[in-house]
Design a binder for this molecule. Structure first.
Ligand SMILES: [Zn+2]
Length: 96
């Protein structure tokens, strides 16, 4: 995983660390590179899980996007949301 802006990962909950580890593994498997954009830094909605250290923004997969997203969702299961936006992928741990 690359972290070009050196955002702080020290406060992330272990559940979202697991998601980053899984995403890093799956991106690499398809010869893509995971890039971390934001943890609790950056602009997010006031009630965002970013501020509870339960969400990250990363780059979208550059290749076989749907394959990678499906594999990540399958690995993480129903307690996680994997949400692609125009310019990033939002991943959060949000158990119901
Ligand atoms: Zn986000």
């Amino acid at each position: 995983m690359e972290n070009p802006n050196r955002v702080d990962t020290s406060k992330l909950r272990k559940e979202i660390r697991l998601a980053l580890w899984a995403a890093d593994y799956i991106y690499e498997k398809y010869r893509d590179t995971l890039v971390l954009f934001h943890t609790y830094d950056g602009q997010h909605m006031e009630r965002s899980l970013h501020f509870k250290h339960r969400a990250v923004d990363v780059c979208l997969p550059q290749v076989v996007r749907d394959v990678i997203l499906n594999e990540l969702r399958l690995f993480l299961g129903p307690e996680y949301d994997v949400l692609p936006y125009a310019d990033h992928l939002h991943i959060e741990w949000d158990p119901k």
